[in-house]
Design a protein around this ligand. Structure first.
Ligand code: BGC
Length: 731
């Protein structure tokens, strides 16, 4: 009898010891992502879930001896780290701990601000927008993705697609300017560039649309400030780039620091959950901005860190960037029933989903290659150079001062930017090194060769009152036939937390220009900056002006090519240059005024110095024969527009046609004009090209109301391309 009972028990016991536990479903790479997510979630403890929702950082110290200390300090099971290092070995070591020593082996997702390149820096975003070449921007993002991936980065906090109309705000350099449509196009291009065809491709990284939403509107251009925006304007202007980025498949989105009319962006249930997740069906995850959960207390909507965490999570913020609010409070909030577990689970699922899609469970480690194979590869540098070339904008060219005549053999090269390797790269330069950057002087010397002599003098610094260098600068000018004066902003003058009360360059730079002008020599002004500048004083002093922006590491050669005439400039401004600071706000798609010719400033011109879309070329283009496939359409039809552009000059060039639509009467007043499409093409000298635009009524003629619902109203519309204008109707 005893034997009868013992035997089966013994068999069972032996089986339990010998049978291997089957591989958990979540580890099966062939199982559908959603099943893997569900399987993993059901195995997780509350504490493990909370850690998945938390982001910390690593690698910011370069002391070899402390690196292990640093690893120990990272909480076991953390969901994400911002990785400030660039060493894949160190990154893999941290990852190994997560994958091999944590209970469930969930890999960490490593993020970083790869804004305009990782090591191969290309032009800052505002410059890229002026290229109106989204293919190039996508290729540059792909270069950045590859360099990042090879350094252990799975996720970039880019693109920034905050429509920005106040150049006092230092972050204008990070975005694509004042126009919603341009921001939307570049959002799509960057997402495609970073993420490639599939997130799991070897060189794809996850993109992050930021800073959702309205951050570009921070009052008075003061960073981190309140953004007062009507619901209709929010939909009209600030939401469209985000919708485009979400549709393009962006894996993540960052909630902003700003307060949107009283409800901070990081506690905003309407924008984050009702719109982004429910209406738009966003399936990735929302990360807060650095400390923006904790800051809800500063913004006056939370009395404690716990309350801040509760508000952010319930609004829709899935991952908490660095302030440890979730880490320290969420478990208790769940226990106290202030946060339902189902919301925690949703947030965890959204993060796990991206980790599975990135292939992190199968390939948690970065391939380790020598730096020489990771960075600064020729094809990447070529893209950076091409993008820099197409970003530069010729703003003035009196009497064909440019290109510099090849008979000129003495050129004065003056100014704080002329021989500057630091500031040319721009803010947010990730792992870029100034030593990799080409200076203006190097570009010019290479371009013009040894037959041309450059008389260099710095003349003055960016700021301050020291005029002691003026004398040398004047002598250099006097010894030359033309002056190339390189002025601008230090790179730390734009980027985060770099608001400025005036957008004019410091007086010392203006005074240097005045002093040089007095020599009577032709003056070419080259500008290196991250925001539109107030040029009311400088513009009249210059015979020619080239806006080179902050081109990254490959700007010297393209600038030199423009100055020599090897390259025909083709950038157009993606942001208006106000006449003076006091003219802000001014942007091309303003709403209509009750008295369009009155109510204007009495002391300055009524128009800005340069409007959005402005940019000169060494050739001339003539726009003609604008046509439509029909004089009118119904709401379900499409209208094909075309315009002929002839290159009537002597040099081949690239011309971007900007198609605008005006709706003169609607139930909600429309902007004066709205950009609806752009296309850039090469046109040989003496040749013409036909540009097309297919008007889709719902996409191009509708407008949102305060709830974001689109209205399509019958009526008359105008279409513009260059000097051409044509009327059509919608029935
Ligand atoms: C910035 C973000 C950035 C984050 C992480 C914040 O201060 O606003 O744009 O992605 O820091 O570095």
């Amino acid at each position: 009898m005893i034997k009868k009972i013992l035997l089966p028990a013994l068999v069972l016991l032996t089986a339990a010891f010998t049978a291997k536990e089957p591989q958990p479903l979540y580890k099966n790479k062939n199982a559908p992502v959603e099943s893997r997510v569900q399987d993993l979630l059901r195995r997780m403890t509350l504490q493990e879930k909370v850690l998945q929702l938390s982001q910390s950082y690593a690698g910011n110290n370069n002391n070899e001896n402390n690196k292990d200390e640093n690893i120990k300090a990272i909480p076991d099971g953390i969901g994400s780290l911002i990785y400030f290092g660039s060493d894949p070995v160190f990154r893999n070591k941290i990852q190994k701990k997560a994958v091999e020593s944590s209970r469930l082996g969930i890999p960490i997702i490593f993020g970083y601000d790869v804004i305009h390149g990782y090591r191969t820096l290309y032009p800052v975003a505002i410059a890229q927008a002026c290229s109106f070449n989204t293919d190039l921007a996508a290729r540059a993002a792909a270069v950045a993705a590859k360099e990042s991936k090879l350094s252990g980065i799975d996720w970039t906090f880019s693109p920034m697609i905050d429509v920005a109309r106040d150049p006092r705000w230092g972050r204008v350099m990070e975005g694509y300017g004042e126009d919603p449509y341009t921001n939307a196009r570049f959002a799509v291009a960057s997402v495609q560039g970073y993420q490639g065809n599939r997130l799991s491709d070897p060189y794809s990284i996850a993109a992050c649309l930021k800073h959702y939403v309205g951050y570009g509107l921070s009052e008075g251009g003061r960073d981190y400030h309140y953004a007062d925006v009507s619901p209709q304007s929010l939909w009209e202007t600030y939401m469209p780039p985000y919708l485009a980025g979400v549709k393009a498949g962006a894996a993540t989105i960052m909630s902003g620091f700003n307060d949107i009319s009283g409800i901070p962006a990081s506690a905003n249930h309407y924008t984050l959950t009702e719109v982004l997740k429910n209406r738009w069906g966003f399936k990735g995850f929302v990360v807060s901005d650095w400390g923006s959960v904790e800051q809800l207390m500063n913004q006056g909507v939370a009395a404690s860190r716990a309350e801040a965490g509760q508000k952010a999570l319930m609004a829709g913020v899935d991952m908490d960037m660095t302030d440890r609010v979730y880490q320290e409070n969420l478990a208790q909030l769940v226990t106290d029933k202030k946060v339902p577990l189902s919301r925690v689970d949703d947030a965890v699922k959204s993060i796990l989903r991206i980790k599975f899609q990135l292939g992190l469970f199968e390939h948690p480690y970065t391939t380790v290659l020598p730096e020489s194979e990771r960075y600064l590869q020729p094809e990447g540098k070529a893209v950076a150079g091409q993008l820099a070339e197409e970003s530069m904008v010729l703003l003035k060219n009196l009497n064909q001062t440019l290109p510099v005549k090849n008979t000129i053999k003495q050129i004065a090269l003056i100014g704080p930017m002329a021989n500057n390797r630091e500031d040319i790269t721009g803010s947010w330069s990730a792992q870029g090194r100034s030593k990799d950057a080409e200076t203006i002087m190097e570009g010019l010397q290479y371009e013009f060769g040894s037959n041309t002599h450059f008389n260099y003098a710095k003349g003055a610094d960016f700021d301050g009152t020291d005029e002691s260098g003026f004398k040398e600068a004047v002598a250099a000018a006097q010894a030359s036939d033309v002056i190339i004066l390189c002025l601008g902003e230090k790179r730390a003058w734009t980027g985060e937390n770099t608001s400025r009360s005036v957008i004019e360059l410091p007086a010392i730079q203006e005074k240097l220009a005045e002093t040089l002008k007095a020599t009577g020599k032709p003056l070419v002004l080259v500008l290196n900056n991250g925001r539109p500048l107030g040029l009311a004083k400088l513009e009249p002093l210059a015979d020619a002006i080239v806006e080179m922006w902050q081109p990254g590491l490959a700007g010297g050669t393209p600038l030199a090519g423009i100055l020599s005439g090897r390259i025909n400039p083709n950038g157009k401004l993606a942001i208006t240059f106000p006449f003076t600071t006091g003219q802000i706000p001014i942007y091309y798609d303003m709403r209509q005024s009750a008295r369009p010719n009155s109510g204007l400033y009495q002391d300055i011109p009524t128009t800005p110095l340069y409007w959005f879309g402005y940019g000169l070329s060494y050739t001339t283009y003539q726009y003609s024969n604008i046509k439509l496939s029909a004089p009118g359409i119904t709401k379900n039809q499409k209208l094909i527009a075309e315009v002929e552009v002839s290159n009537t000059g002597n040099m081949a060039g690239k011309e971007t046609v900007l198609w605008y639509i005006t709706d003169p009467a609607a139930s909600i007043s429309r902007p004066l004009k709205e950009l609806k499409y752009f296309e850039k093409k090469q046109i040989e000298a003496g040749k013409k090209s036909i540009y097309h635009f297919e008007i889709d009524p719902m996409r191009d003629l509708s407008f949102p109301d305060a709830g974001g619902h689109l209205h399509l109203e019958a009526g008359e519309f105008y279409l513009y391309a260059g000097s051409q204008k044509i009327k059509f109707s919608l029935k």
